[in-house]
Design a binder for this molecule. Sequence first.
Ligand SMILES: Cc1ncc(COP(=O)(O)O)c(C=O)c1O
Length: 371
Amino acid sequence: MGVPLFDTSTPVAALRGELRAAVERVLDSERYILGPEVSAFESEFASYCGARHAVGVANGTDAITIALRAMGVGPGDEVVVPSFTFYASAEAIPPTGATPVFCDVDPHTFCATADTVRAVLSPRTKAVIAVHLFGNLAPVTEIEALGVPVLEDAAQAAGSLGADGQRPGALGTAATFSFFPSKNLSCFGDGGIITTDDELVAETARTLRFHGSHDKVTYELLGYNSRLDELQAAVLRVQLPHLDAWSDGRRAAARHYERAGLGELVALPQATPGSAPAWHLYVVSHPQVERLEAALAAAGIGHKAYYRTPVHRQAPMLRWGEGIELPGTQQAAREHLAIPISPVLTREQVEQVLAAVRGALSVAASTDGRS
Ligand SMILES: Cc1ncc(COP(=O)(O)O)c(C=O)c1O
């Protein structure tokens, strides 16, 4: 019996009745766009994050573009973004007219630091995207202390906790989330949201998501058709009250790995100071990662190298990324591997993963010894 890389169905199995009822409620209402479910979810999610406003949009990528524009980013500006992230973190910048500027990450936390951001700041820097990668929390306060507004890309960090129990979504000027089906809090399709304490940012984002209009009769901005829809909002409302318990499950799974001694075999992901990540992906590192990949595949254990080619080396990004050396990014890209994590990962499953990793590395050690 193998172990899946993640398990999105077991946690929601107990909620199927409630989910069906929520979908029925929307069908009965015959309101599908920007109705009561979206408004209710926006206020529930804002209060979950500790933010004053939330604006539901169509997905986490649009959320970044719209949030940046609402923060005043436009042509001629630069936006700093780490290169070790999902492509969308950077892809969302050029549609604002601004230029992505790639910064490095700490290969142990997978997050940008104040130092890696400082190294690429310029007078044209208008914002920094702090990606809370894999659920780990980037040091937003330290980055903001450099004097630049921060947009948190919290697509992978719903349920994570910062120092003093603060949540992503209320750490920077604004934050964006994705509700893509594999995420810690997910819907049954695409969905996203922007959170902020700033009234003007919220109001501009609300206008931008609705064709730059308030009434679809007169238009104030060149905007987007990018709304979270009623069905997805209804589904999210059922799940949000369970996010903390699921996040505790993810933290418990990480503790199982630690206590089972995985850290003696591979480098474990390091939580940034003060944070308690709800690990969206549990990503270990090893210089001989291909041996791990082969052994896990042979044992039927889910694994994935998400970002072997960092964003600045992807073809459409070369005009901004060509020639840049980012050593932490390159190390992380070369050595990382996601192994199974979910709110319901058991000790037995952890032992199975560990046995496969141990097997791979003891073969590696004995082969190295012979050569
Ligand atoms: C770090 C990060 N940023 C942005 C996104 C984009 O979200 P979406 O797929 O909802 O557009 C994702 C999700 O896939 C992500 O992981």
